[in-house]
Design a protein around this ligand. Sequence first.
Ligand code: GDP
Ligand code: IMO
Ligand code: MG
Length: 430
Amino acid sequence: MAKNLVIVGAQWGDEGKGKIVDILTESADIVVRFQGGNNAGHTVIVGKEKYVFHLIPSGILHPGKICVIGDGVVVDPEVLLQEIEVLKSRGIFRPEDLLISKNAHLIMPYHKKLDTARERLRGDNKIGTTGRGIGPAYEDKVSRCGIKCGDLLNEGDFRLKLKANLLEKNHYIKTILHEDGFEIHEIYHQYMTLAAGIVPFIKNTSKFLHEAMGFKKNILFEGAQGTLLDIDHGTYPFVTSSNTVAGAAATGSGIGPSRIDAVIGITKAYTTRVGEGPFPTELQGAEADRLREQGGEYGATTGRPRRCGWFDAVAARYAARINGLDGLVVTKLDVLDNLDNINICTGYRYNGKVIDDFPTETSILLKCEPVYEAFEGWKAPTQGVKKFDKLPKKAQAYIKRLEKLAGVEVMMVSVGANRDDSIMIKDPFK
Ligand code: GDP
Ligand code: IMO
Ligand code: MG
């Protein structure tokens, strides 16, 4: 029986991780976010209530389950406090259910300015970031000048680190980016005020997880973004600034990789992407619009329309390899219910040959032409179906083929946004 389970996005994000984490939290004791920041938008729908989580793990709706913001996350304290306030106002939040790692780095006001100003300077070559300061915050972490959540506990230290950062950042912002700089006292007072709300949650979360494992607790690791947005393994430079793959669950939460029992990838029954970058199976015009409208494909964080296309088995196989996937969850099958014809990409035609290994180079991906296998649509509703063998036969065949092509067992199928619209084939915790 799996005790510690990692959930990752198998595509370019927004695969429905929030919904699946919420469901699997039922069998977990602890849910951990281990990377990314409030670039994430994880939606959970329970009954008529909709929740979108940016930093707080999607397990928070289950009282008594501990939610951890791990070492590898970058935290915008203002956003975190807003998220806590919204949950409080909806009668959900229990302070004893949240822990934040002292090692998680802070997103500072200058990170957000650097993110948006750089995107502006890039012009047509922009990445299409969420503008939340994610990249610059991770840059500072790696260049060893970042400020951590734990620094909020020591006002003197915090001020010194802020001063050193502003010396460099203000110069860069004013002379290179031609924008206004920041005043130290403004950021200092703002962050010390925010600290009052956050400090009570700051803990040594790696130690907490270690002890919890000693008590045989089940831990669910909630990835953000998706495999193809990974800084090392994604479609660089059109990626986010963290490792989004399963391996990051260990480094981003301070547990050893040997403690992970299983890795589950979440994928849509088709593909979406927000922001710029290559996307071989992308559709244009009416076909794309139909998927976008049917699937409600607008960003949960920025509201941007998502680019839409067919399921890409080349990318799925790659995600299976990079993450060591033990299982797949296929979401949003219902979005395909009304289509006459559906395609799955089985390979790419590149330079006159068919390749079946995902190339991450932009220059190659842009020249890859998808090779499709065509399926007749099932033209029947799937929402409300609770068992795999009760799905329309053609929908079952579609999932079975997708499973074969991806080379990973499908453990769950999701047929609607609601918590209840889910078909469990094999419980990954059991
Ligand atoms: P995440 O970032 O991976 O958590 O995914 P998002 O929340 O950004 O985007 C997934 C969207 O699809 C949300 O609006 C979900 O409510 C919705 N969703 C999830 N699963 C399903 C499903 O099976 N069918 C439909 N129609 N919508 C779904
Ligand atoms: P969830 O967790 C989809 C994309 C942005 C942009 C690129 C870099 O909800 O699946 P960043 O702000 O991270 O520097 O932007 O990454 N991106 C996401 N796309 N889902 C996400 O998160 C994303 N987080 C970042 O659109 O292309
Ligand atoms: Mg999302």
